[in-house]
Design a protein around this ligand. Structure first.
Ligand code: GRF
Length: 205
């Protein structure tokens, strides 16, 4: 039995290539979801142009417009509330969400990170991997908890790292894997196939 399409809010801070890959997969019927709103914290984020092309409502919520992080996050919650999202998809959203926000969407916030977590969390993950001299890296789709990239891991993909790599060349090799992995992981989530037990994600048949 197919369940109802999940209503998804996408949060992104930049160019939105992951957001676009996910949107296109939804249009192609590969993910049982619908993007109901796009939210960004950057007024010139390219994802805003994409949302316009898609005819999806988009909102800019700027951190500097609010005195505290709590007020900023409350403003984001107020912006998405009318769309009644079932889940939040972070696609290059470059801020840590606070505990109050996360508690309201417990196990319903997904993120993509450009490294094999728990290695290289935080910013410049690809640069961290190049500096460490690892021979493989990749990407991780995970549920978001209150830590920095520490939530239960849903899916990972691996790419080689070469001695000549720079942060940019490695990022370019990882990005297409991000798009593929995020699509597969979000499709499983939207089909209610993911179960978390003791921080481990199980995939139902
Ligand atoms: C991706 O590498 C993502 O993993 C990271 O930020 C980048 C966003 O790229 N968190 P895009 O905006 O999806 O193109």
């Amino acid at each position: 039995m197919t369940s109802l399409a999940k209503k998804l809010a996408i949060f992104a801070s930049g160019r939105g290539s992951n957001a676009a890959a996910l949107y296109e997969a939804m249009q192609a019927g590969e993910i049982n979801g619908e993007v109901v709103v796009v939210v960004t914290d950057q007024q010139d984020a390219k994802v805003l142009d994409r949302a316009k092309e898609w005819g999806v409502p988009a909102h800019v919520v700027m951190r500097k417009a609010y005195a505290s992080k709590d007020e900023f996050e409350q403003a984001m919650l107020d912006v998405i509330a009318p769309y009644e999202p079932d889940a939040i998809v972070l696609a290059g959203y470059m801020r840590l969400l606070g505990p109050t926000f996360i508690a309201l969407y417990e196990n319903k916030i997904l993120n993509i990170h450009p490294a094999l977590l728990p290695s290289f969390p935080g910013l410049h993950a690809q640069g961290q991997a190049v500096k460490a001299g690892v021979k493989v890296s990749g990407c991780t789709v995970h549920f978001v908890d209150t830590g920095m990239d520490t939530g239960p891991i849903i899916m990972q993909a691996v790419v080689p790292v070469y001695a000549e790599d720079t942060e940019d060349t490695l990022a370019a090799r990882i990005l297409p894997e991000e798009h593929k992995t995020y699509k597969k992981a979000l499709a499983l989530f939207c089909d209610d196939k993911l179960v978390i037990k003791d921080h481990i994600v199980h995939i139902k048949d």
